[in-house]
Design a protein around this ligand. Structure first.
Ligand SMILES: Nc1nc2c(c(=O)[nH]1)N[C@H]1C(S)=C(S)[C@@H](COP(=O)(O)OP(=O)(O)OC[C@H]3O[C@@H](n4cnc5c(=O)[nH]c(N)nc54)[C@H](O)[C@@H]3O)O[C@H]1N2
Ligand SMILES: Nc1nc2c(c(=O)[nH]1)N[C@H]1C(S)=C(S)[C@@H](COP(=O)(O)OP(=O)(O)OC[C@H]3O[C@@H](n4cnc5c(=O)[nH]c(N)nc54)[C@H](O)[C@@H]3O)O[C@H]1N2
Ligand SMILES: [Mo]
Length: 774
């Protein structure tokens, strides 16, 4: 049988799939990629796996009893009934119509967070939002699980346009190589994380660029609970610290700068407000609310909290003041209770160093978190599928989804507002997996029992699909034509269809068009175009914007034939706030003071206990070990895959221990618990437990255990909340603070015990009862 190779692109990069007789039989890296990601090896196994959704399916209890709350939604033994497309679409259209006419469109939750797959046309979120907007709108979600605290806090501290630049237009690794003496990173610089970029990158350039910076003499200091958060070839100095204690270290670094005359008072006076309040807080003259004397935030004080020796903190502060220094606070550090504080303290520290706005210096949040950060940018934008306008104005901060479903009408605080949760009757999810991404999955399951109907579009029978009443099978990227690029990418690429659809899976665009037809708005949804027509149209619109800037890119057919076009007008971005530094009056920031707000009157006026008016040490939050839970769990991003995607693939499965997620422990901690390498263990937290396979490693700070996210949730046995190793089975569901209400999934307190019973089987990848193979 002959084999044909097709180019494709995923969030984990561009590569080729090898196809024989309509099936993906292998992958091949792109020869132009300097450091391809092994995550691509998951694709052949996942593409044709038995867990693919082959036909539209309806949960039997919903079909027989009709819409309504059902606490049994998600029961692993629940049965589905496969139905033809016409029946599925008739049922779904009628139910959408019932809910919107009885309860209004605000009763539809279409927040539908998640990464879906790459591709600018068939982007699951854009398609769903376009459809729901066409039929009257939906309650949406705001901000992300990735960096909710960054998104909410920085507009207050540096104003809106600058806050966007902080997230999306960081100086390149080349600029760092040229200008920076020292990169000090809280949360490491994980190469495996930089494999991922939303939309995928044409080539994996971040790892090699970081190594070149190190070879050129840039120094790296990595403050992190894991040594291997920064790759060996970067030769970073590893400073282990207790998770959740970065703010204490950052305050102590400022303490050294203030007391040793190293703080740049000229910069603080000219460009910031509130430096005196911060100084007084750090030196112990006042508490975080300005209501009395506080505690001096000395290096000795920080050592007791963080475990970082005071002498190291002093030496680090002096080294930072001695050259061009970049302070990076990774997104993981803010994905925790009080996650706003290390960000704010990191910005304050960078201001004390006086280098904000200088090339290669100042503050950043995102190096090591994603591949595009430090990869340059293009100001010209990307082709984009238009979503239309949402007639419903209500929203929730994205990570408050369980709270919303469990407390219709309930009060909550967010970014200075007193708000109420909407009364949701129908949940519509496409391209995301809340039973991967949300915390406290037992509570989430209870929340999913509340609405009258849950609809999920999926490629695979994920735990989220198994909580749905109506499951709609979607094609994968390999089954449709599309084009892709990410922010700051090197090129825009064609992604031609490589294999026929699995079973009866269809492109979501066609599903929505047929639903729109039933609701009388087909023309408004399609504007007379097929998905292919939209691909040409969004390319044409993008090309005309580019042309108006005087730049030539080929017409669609030439682009498609060539397979790619170089992204025009690429720039190595300038330092954050460089323009403000040059002209602080003319380019005043869009903050109340026009300057960087080290103290924020606005945030102070909200009166939040969990987010005062300046960067403060509020404690390690839920990551504080206790007698019952003496260890701290780091639930970071997996090296084996993107989130829960393609977890059954070869690369992901290779990392498992006896088919379960690997949990890493320090050998000393393991010895005390009688746990050996490869043992089956139970990790127990305040909200539940999971089974996992022990891996002993001295790359962890003692007292820390690591269980990455992404093992498919498997609640099929009483032996543990999840028998496969999904850490969200045991992590508490709380927001960062009343300001951002961001995700706090990164950390938890736990205990680990050997599991000596009969190991229950992992059933996560078995399709549900009542379904049949393609
Ligand atoms: N404990 C803890 N939890 C965390 C985090 C953490 O650090 N710790 N990190 C959080 C972060 S940063 C994030 S971004 C989230 C990620 O959470 P998600 O983005 O929800 O996770 P994914 O597994 O990427 O989910 C995407 C889903 O889309 C499906 N899919 C792929 N292609 C298509 C398509 O074309 N159509 C449709 N309909 N579906 C498709 C995939 O099968 C997959 O199930 O997790 C968060 N959760
Ligand atoms: N391979 C792979 N890469 C990914 C993803 C994936 O699923 N798989 N997901 C992508 C997504 S959506 C996002 S948002 C980014 C997330 O990017 P990040 O949030 O930066 O990534 P994490 O892996 O969660 O965390 C990085 C490291 O931070 C350290 N850390 C944890 N807590 C603390 C702390 O309190 N203090 C300090 N100093 N360090 C701490 C941990 O040791 C951890 O390994 O990753 C992206 N990259
Ligand atoms: Mo994320």
């Amino acid at each position: 049988m002959s084999t044909t190779s097709y180019p494709t692109s995923a969030h984990w990069g561009s590569y080729r799939v090898l196809v024989s007789d309509g099936r993906v039989v292998g992958v091949r890296p792109d020869p132009d990629d300097p450091a391809p990601s092994p995550v691509m090896e998951n694709t052949p196994g996942a593409q044709h796996h038995a867990s693919r959704v082959a036909r539209p399916a309806v949960r039997r209890r919903w079909l027989e009893h009709g819409p309504g709350p059902d606490p049994r939604r998600g029961d692993p033994d629940d049965e589905y009934v496969e139905v033809g497309w016409d029946r599925a679409l008739d049922l779904l259209a009628a139910e959408l119509d019932r809910v919107r006419s009885t309860h209004g469109n605000a009763a539809i939750y279409g927040g539908s967070y998640g990464w879906g797959s790459s591709g600018r046309v068939h982007h699951a979120q854009s398609q769903l939002h376009r459809f729901l907007n066409t039929v009257g709108g939906y309650t949406r979600s705001r901000t992300t699980y990735s960096h909710g605290a960054v998104e909410t806090l920085f507009p207050r501290l540096i104003g809106t346009p600058a806050a966007n630049r902080l997230l999306h237009r960081a100086p390149s690794w080349e600029a760092i190589r040229e200008h920076t003496d020292l990169v000090v990173t809280f949360g490491g610089l994980r190469v495996s994380n930089m494999w991922m970029t939303s939309g995928g990158r044409a080539a994996q350039t971040a790892g090699p660029a970081m190594r070149r910076a190190s070879d050129a003499g840039v120094g790296f200091v990595s403050l992190s609970p894991l040594r291997d958060d920064t790759p060996d070839d970067v030769k970073a100095e590893w400073v282990p610290l207790r998770p959740g204690t970065d703010t204490a270290v950052l305050l102590a670094l400022m303490h050294v700068l203030f007391t040793e005359g190293l703080a740049d008072t000229g910069f603080l006076d000219r460009y910031t407000v509130g430096a005196d309040a911060v100084r007084s807080y750090v030196l112990g003259g006042r508490d975080e609310r300005g209501q009395g004397p506080g505690t001096a935030r000395t290096p000795e004080w920080a050592e007791r909290i963080s475990g970082v020796p005071a002498a190291e903190i002093r030496a680090l502060a002096r080294a930072m003041a001695g050259g061009r220094t970049l302070v990076n606070v990774g997104w993981s550090v803010q994905r925790a209770r009080y996650g706003e504080q290390p960000l704010w303290a990191g910005l304050a520290l960078a201001c004390c160093l006086g280098q904000v706005g200088l090339p290669g210096g100042g503050f950043a949040s995102g190096y090591g978190s994603m591949g595009n950060y430090g990869g340059g940018s293009t100001p010209l934008g990307l082709p984009v599928m238009p979503q239309g306008d949402n007639a419903v104005k209500d929203f929730i901060p994205v990570a408050r989804v369980s709270d919303m479903l469990l407390n219709p009408g309930g009060a909550y605080r967010y970014d200075g507002e007193d708000r109420r949760y909407p009364d949701i009757r129908l949940v519509y999810w496409a391209g995301g997996n809340p039973f991967h991404h949300h915390q406290d999955l037992v509570r989430l399951a209870r929340a999913f029992g509340r609405p009258e109907t849950v609809v999920v579009h999926e490629t695979h029978w994920t735990a989220t699909a198994r909580h749905a009443d109506i499951v709609i099978p979607s094609t994968t990227v390999l089954e449709r034509d599309d084009l892709t690029a990410s922010r700051g990418d090197l090129s825009l690429r064609a992604m031609p269809r490589a294999v026929p659809p699995h079973g009866q899976a269809r492109d979501e665009y066609d599903t929505y068009a047929d639903l729109a037809e039933r609701l009388g708005v087909r023309e408004a949804f399609t504007e007379g175009r097929t998905a292919d027509g939209w691909m040409r149209e969004i390319y044409r619109r993008w090309r005309s914007l580019v042309t108006r800037r005087g730049i030539e890119v080929p017409e669609f057919d030439a682009f498609w034939a060539a397979g790619r076009v170089e992204m025009p007008a690429r720039v190595e971005d300038e330092a954050l706030l460089a323009d403000f530094r040059d002209d602080p009056e003319g380019r005043a920031l869009r903050t109340p003071s026009g300057r960087i707000e080290l103290y924020s009157e606005t945030i102070a006026s909200f009166g939040y206990e969990d987010c005062p008016g300046l960067p403060a040490w509020l404690g390690p939050g839920v990551a504080e070990p206790s007698g019952e839970f003496p260890l701290v769990l780091v639930a970071n991003q997996p090296t084996g895959r993107l989130h829960g995607q393609q977890d059954m693939g070869a690369h992901s499965m290779r990392e498992k221990v006896g088919g379960r997620a690997p949990v890493r422990l320090h050998p000393d901690d393991a010895a005390g618990l009688g746990i050996g390498d490869g043992d089956l263990v139970r990790v127990v937290g305040p909200r539940g437990s999971c089974l996992a396979g022990a891996v002993l490693s001295d790359a962890l700070a003692p007292g820390v255990v690591q269980l990455s996210t992404g093992a498919w949730y498997d609640p099929s046995s009483a032996a543990a909340t999840c028998v496969h190793g999904n850490p969200n089975a045991l992590i508490e569901d709380v927001g960062t603070s009343s300001l951002s209400q961001g995700c706090t999934g990164q950390l938890a307190r736990v205990r680990v015990e050997r599991f000596d019973g009969t190991p229950p089987p992992v059933r996560a990848f078995d399709p549900p009862r009542g379904t049949t193979p393609a």
